[in-house]
Design a protein around this ligand. Structure first.
Ligand code: MTE
Length: 321
């Protein structure tokens, strides 16, 4: 995302991070705070440190949701991130998101539902079988990745709270704690980060409530401890580090749509025929395929998930971008 103006992470008890790894992370962060690491060492240390300190999250591969594409290297997926709560540069979340405290963590699910709930991460981990799904995710900035996420259809959770007849939309709110998130000082968005879906989009089995990736709990920079992944929409719809899921009768006011409605529509389905005012959406750069002679890939309608087309039958997707 570019700006126009300057204007189980609660692991299963058998999988708790060993103390040495936790301490090595602390050591790394202390050195980082003291300015004792060079830029190159900083990146290497952040990557190495991050890779060892996450709990495993076993997940059964669901072949029905496994893209034929090659997965992006974990080092790329965890070092090239958009998570503005930790800074605006792609490398900021990896280096700075260590301050995010993901335990204890609860998600409040309320609004137009018959059975409002507050769930901690252990309860979310147990709510449905954890599946691994290899999804393409395309950012409106023109790059894409392919990530093996771990989680289950958001519909599993939605069924538990029993939306009322008034529920037409679902709003997702990210944590906004300045003590943990240095990026909240930036005025680029009005915090907290909020995203939304129509209820039928949220119920579509492709919409994933994700608790992990690459067989581990989510790294902080990728939205620990729980986020959504909506693979047929531009990446900004996939809100990270969610603390509240609210069912509403009216369309939620979402973060990017509020700041630049002509650039970021509520729907934001991947659509190669509708350009963003500043970027064509016809092609994309797959992270990891960045060789000098590498051709960009053609972007596919709905990011190559045609099964969602029926959600939009009769809608003009140029108007409802
Ligand atoms: N969620 C929050 N809370 N804050 C953000 O800045 N960035 C979005 C989305 N979710 C963002 C967010 C954007 S623009 C993208 S492309 C994806 O997260 C990136 O997810 P990834 O870093 O795991 O690849």
């Amino acid at each position: 995302m570019l700006i126009k103006l300057p204007r189980s992470t609660d692991p299963l008890s058998s999988e708790i991070t060993p103390r040495e790894q936790f301490q090595s992370r602390r050591h790394f962060l202390t050195q980082l705070a003291a300015g004792g690491l060079s830029a190159g060492a900083l990146v290497d240390a952040a990557m190495a440190n991050d890779a060892v300190s996450r709990a495993r999250l076993p997940a059964r591969i669901n072949p029905a949701y496994t893209a034929a594409d090659k997965a992006t290297a974990i080092a790329d997926a965890t070092s090239y991130n958009n998570f503005y709560e930790f800074g605006l540069d792609k490398g900021d979340p990896m280096v700075r998101a260590g301050t995010l405290k993901t335990k204890p963590w609860t998600v409040r699910i309320d609004g137009e539902v018959k059975k409002p709930l507050t769930l901690d991460i252990d309860s979310l981990l147990k709510l449905a079988p954890i599946e691994e799904r290899l999804y393409r995710l395309r950012c409106v900035e023109g790059w894409s990745m392919v990530i093996p996420w771990a989680g289950y259809s958001l519909a599993e959770l939605i069924r538990k709270v029993e939306p009322t007849g008034n529920a037409k939309f679902v709003e997702f709110t990210t944590l906004a704690d300045p003590a943990q998130m240095p990026g909240l000082g930036s005025r680029v968005l009005s915090w907290p980060y909020v995203e939304g879906l129509r209820l039928d989009e949220a119920m579509h089995p492709l919409t994933l409530l994700s608790l992990g990736m690459y067989g581990q709990v989510l790294p902080n920079q990728n939205g620990a401890p729980v986020r959504i992944i909506v693979p047929w929409k531009y990446g900004f719809k996939s809100a990270k580090s969610i603390v509240r899921i609210r069912f509403t009768e009216t369309q939620p006011k979402t973060a990017w749509n509020s700041v630049a409605p002509d650039e970021y529509g509520f729907y934001s389905n991947v659509n190669p025929e509708v350009s963003h005012p500043r970027w064509s959406q016809a092609t994309e750069r797959r992270i990891g395929e960045d060789g000098y002679l590498t051709r960009k890939r053609k972007t596919l309608m709905f990011n190559g998930y045609p099964e969602v087309a029926s959600l939009y039958s009769g809608m003009d997707l140029k108007k409802f971008y």
